[in-house]
Design a protein around this ligand. Sequence first.
Ligand code: SIN
Length: 498
Amino acid sequence: MSAPTAARDVLADVDPDVLARSEAALATVGLDPLGLDTTASFEVRDPATEEVIARPADYTPDEALIALDRADRAGAAWARTTARHRSDVLHRAYDLIIEQRDRLALVITREMGKPLAEAYGEVQYAADYVRWYAEEAVRPAGNYRESPRGGSTILTSRAPVGTALLITPWNFPMAMATRKIAPAIAVGCGAVVKPAALTPLTTLVVAEIFVQAGVPEELVQVVTTSKASPLSTALLADPRVRKVSFTGSTGVGSTLLALAAQHVVKSSMELGGNAPLLVFDDADLERAVEGALVAKLRNGGQSCVAANRILVQDGIADAFVEGFTERMSQVVMGNPLGDVQLGPVIDDRAVANFRGWVDDAVARGAELRTGGSAPDRPGHFFEATVLDRVPESAAIAQEEIFGPIASIARFTTEDEGVARANSTPFGLASYIFTADVDRALDVADRLDAGMVGINHGIVSNVAAPFGGIKASGLGREGSSEGLEEYQEIRFYNVARRG
Ligand code: SIN
């Protein structure tokens, strides 16, 4: 079943100096952030080698409640600081992140496995959220309205919502942390942050940098744990938590929403995706190929906005598949500390899923154009893979792949393309490639998606309201909308004379 691939030997050399610098960066991470002398710990492994790289504290629900107590008290004082002060602190945090970008990128790559060049990209993306919210912190938060019948003036204001529980995923361990922490700090909230057990180290460094920048020590409490569910249950049972923001699967998001319902907690949920990428006959071929490549392979395909179903119109399909397969077959896979475009995926379970989905698709008639295999070596690697003519009955046409496999199907008419794009319970990102501006905007309006990339393989941007519809979630992150998720609106109805 294996098809030709140009992927270099996955044992590609790693510069010993880079390896040593990454070890030094890991050694700087404080592993008991609550300072409770907790003896229980759990293992964090490098997905490229499967070696244990750190053992952070494994906090219990009771210890998480200590963290909540601290964040809640610190938050009450922080809410009384001026917007200018909070903005200045965030600006300093931005500068410190940029100063410490090597340390951060190396830690990201060691615990998460993305190629080092992409880790540097994530550091900048994450820092940009901090800078954005430093700027947003001082924007006017209220407004003034006259009652239409006269007799009163309505003044609206925004107040910090209160203590936030921030639950972050493993795929962008830094950017997803700052996208939640920075707006919370900007408006005056305390926060308990629970990073993914697979990648807790980056968040520990980020929290340390916020303190260096002037954030009060107890305001942002990082609670590392291998048992997420009991911890979230205990925290959401406590009425001091007034906000929960989660990035992860739709299943876990639904459970958290049910827990949040107990105390009617304001909730933002950035959940699963199944992004369609539509290439129409009139698309610029090169732009479509390059756009699809980045929409598929950014972060090794491990992103909720990754192109999950590539849908190509009949007239351009053969040329697109040929060009795209050529580019995918040139992808260099290897240790992410080296000069590669594709690192490992996060764990063995992912690799087992990929094998199963590729076999199933081929058995149902899909054509394997390149890749399709996992090398026999330590580390969780899977080749950049292209499957063409994938039937809708194949599991890979339904599942969120979260890996470097491109699943391509073909369509004939615009209506058919849109119908197939919308045929899932999800509605996060989608992508359209066409040279016709009318078509681009009409199709974008008809797609069930919170975000649409038009002739662009990336939707993410700090100035954009990131989020989805349907089973993909509630609320928005980033941009000014992301700030409002940490605020409550109040109004004063002021009687006027006459
Ligand atoms: C995600 O995959 O969860 C977020 C990706 C992004 O911000 O681009």
